[in-house]
Design a protein around this ligand. Structure first.
Ligand code: NAD
Ligand code: TDX
Length: 331
């Protein structure tokens, strides 16, 4: 039996991962600071041990790392818009927190998997036919993506300099149950459920390579079980031609609504992300289940809309404050 320490396991992707890992037979400890993005309700009914604390707490991280076989590191400040308002928690958690985890893993020779993002590569022009590969040079745009890039570099250095048994995955935009209502897709779904108008930044021509959270987490488990130490794997579901405008229109169609409004654009807004995940598919045999662009997104969105409809008590407490903060920024 392998025991995992899942950092950020009370957040969106982390909590979905804990569920998948338990189903696969792993024992799971969760370390989560329960920031605004963490929620114990995400772990309700799951047989995982939750330790409430900060990944920057050296003593706590040391104790927890010592008792597990593998650290799976999801914890981060994750929202670009927040990083434009106040970057400091991004540096603290994403850079310093990752450093603390790496040092503990080095001391105890613990296997380490680092969960990262496609945003470290910067963005592509809308008409650029290329996708990001594992060898694309890093070129992050926002304080969020710059701190994620920094953390990736730390992991690579710990592999090379200290022989840490680590892997990295860089994944595209996730959607699915338990995603905080500050993010694009749940924000629009809950706007409609709440009688508000969906909000599209700028022209909405930007492209995100959407992937269902369960496909992302299946890839992480695959890398844990079969990945080569020291390697980076890109994760994506080949959804790299669906614009934000198309996504919002699809949500409106699926929810029987007929309008959205354009609001102030995000400063420095990345245009297009597109992941080449062929290395992961070829070497480790992973395939996404929510496939193809149109129907893959449609099926995943239908499931996600159902989840938000059925779980209003989960998102309701955050909704007003999130919308208030957006309104203050003209968004
Ligand atoms: P999230 O914001 O929903 O959850 C983050 C979790 O980390 C929360 O539970 C929070 O309480 C916890 N946390 C934050 N700071 C902490 C600290 N200092 N110590 C301990 N716990 C702390 O984020 P998410 O969307 O689930 O993203 C998880 C990871 O996946 C992040 O590393 C993110 O960069 C990466 N990622 C996200 C996406 C996406 O589309 N959401 C895509 C690719 C990669
Ligand atoms: O109300 C909105 N309207 C809108 O048009 C919001 C919240 C967003 N947008 C746009 C901005 C982006 O082009 O939608 C797109 C997606 O926005 P976010 O959900 O904020 O995601 P993004 O900034 O692309 O980053 C996400 O994917 C990569 C995650 O938040 C990151 O953690 C991950 O690394």
């Amino acid at each position: 039996m392998t025991r995992l320490l899942v950092t950020g396991g009370a957040g969106f992707i982390g909590a979905n991962f804990v569920r998948s890992a338990l189903e696969r037979g792993y024992d799971v400890d969760v370390l989560d600071a329960l920031t605004y993005a963490g929620n114990t309700a995400n772990l309700e009914g799951l047989d995982a041990e939750l330790h409430i604390g900060d990944i920057g707490d050296e003593a706590l991280v040391d104790t927890l790392t010592r008792r597990v076989d593998t650290v799976v590191h999801f914890a981060a400040e994750s929202h670009n818009d927040n990083s434009l308002t106040d970057p400091s928690p991004f540096v603290r958690t994403n850079v310093n927190g990752t450093f603390t985890l790496l040092e503990a893993s080095r001391r105890h020779d613990t296997r380490f998997h680092h969960v990262s993002t496609d945003e470290v590569f910067g963005d592509l022009a809308l008409d650029d036919p290329n996708r990001f590969t594992e060898d694309t040079p890093y070129n992050p745009s926002s304080p969020y993506s710059a701190t994620k890039a920094a953390s990736d570099h730390l992991v690579r250095a710990w592999v090379r300099s200290f022989g840490l048994r680590a892997t990295i995955s860089n994944c595209s935009n996730n959607y699915g149950p338990f995603q905080h209502v500050e993010k694009f897709i749940p924000r629009q779904i809950t706007n409609l459920l709440d009688g508000r108008v969906p909000k599209l930044y700028g022209t909405g021509e930007q492209v995100r390579d959407w992937i269902h959270v369960d496909d992302h987490n299946a890839a992480v488990l695959t890398i844990l079980e079969r990945g080569r130490i020291g390697e980076t794997y890109n994760i994506g579901a080949d959804n790299d031609h669906v614009s934000n405008k198309q996504v919002i229109e699809l949500i409106c169609e699926l929810m029987g609504a007929d309008g959205y409004e354009h609001v102030a654009d995000r400063p420095g807004h990345d245009l297009r992300y597109a992941m080449d995940s062929s290395k992961l598919r070829r070497e480790l045999g992973w395939e996404p289940q929510f496939t193809d662009t149109d129907s893959g997104m449609r099926e995943g969105l239908e499931q996600t809309i159902r989840w938000y409809r059925d779980n209003e008590s989960w998102w309701r407490p955050q909704k007003d404050a999130v919308e208030q903060a957006y309104a203050e920024r003209g968004q």
